[in-house]
Design a protein around this ligand. Sequence first.
Ligand code: AHG
Ligand code: MN
Ligand code: MN
Length: 333
Amino acid sequence: MITLGEYIVEKQHDFPEASGELTLLLGAIRLATKIVNREINKAGLADIIGSTGVENVQGEVQQKMDLYANDKFKAALEARGEVCGIASEEEDEFISFDSERGCNSKYVILMDPLDGSSNIDVNVSVGTIFSIYKRISPIGTPVTLDDFLQPGNKQVAAGYVVYGSSTMLVYTTGNGVHGFTCDPSLGVFYLSHENMTIPETGRTYSINEGNYLKFPMGVKKYLKYCQEIDEPTQRPYTSRYIGSLVSDFHRNLLTGGIYIYPSTASAPDGKLRLLYECNPMAFLMEQAGGKAIDGYKRILDIVPTELHERAPFFCGSNEMIDKAHAMMIEYAE
Ligand code: AHG
Ligand code: MN
Ligand code: MN
């Protein structure tokens, strides 16, 4: 049995230039994950269910657990001093860690501390998403906005935690996707899914179909294609939507499938945030052998201009993404 700690040390030689800093950073994430996991597991007992009544910068009401997870990740990352700054869904602006150690570190991290937080009140899986870049500003100086506004193809690591029927941490550093399952009695993550790959095609589509009438024509046509009866291609496909990107992504990664959060008439850029939802998931998906596009182009090549910008997101098995892509082009309005 190999632990997450042992595994990241063993893989350290993949990043000679990182001289162990990335390893320590992943260690800080692992620690915060354990703390958040402990609280999520007893959410109903710990008065951390429900809303704070406060909205974040994106106009979404923050849940108590959103803020708890944000605080824990921030504190663990600042204490370890392995990043010079952090950007989070729950923070209006990026945070610069200006201690000597912070200024001298090479990495920035962007995160969605709690993904799918509306699901926590009803005891359904939630997650955490993180994305790591090497800074572009000089070491020894405070971090700048440009350090965070890098295209996803510059990520050095990305991952997620799914707090599901078991808690799993899944990450990539650009050498495949590896999954670790937490043994709750020991609080230790063990390697359970090495080199995860997504099947070339699948039979599951995941989308909030309640918004159907607002979808672009290409998405409407693709959904009808998924529902048609056609034995050779094993259609109709099955519909599965949890409403936690992390959980929907994780299922599709294991079994094959497509996840779509498209643009809608009322939200032309969709709902998901490019920097700490789409990009890390796109990096993981490509590392697992799948694809992630905004309907037309590769997610990882989008050059961001704002910390909290959104992007339409299509992500999953190659053949399914190719089909959806073709229909988006054919029925472009
Ligand atoms: P968050 O809880 O971080 O705001 O993210 C919720 C996201 C994502 O996890 C999920 O796939 C999507 O919102 C669900 O949105 P709808 O309720 O509009 O389907
Ligand atoms: Mn989210
Ligand atoms: Mn969130």
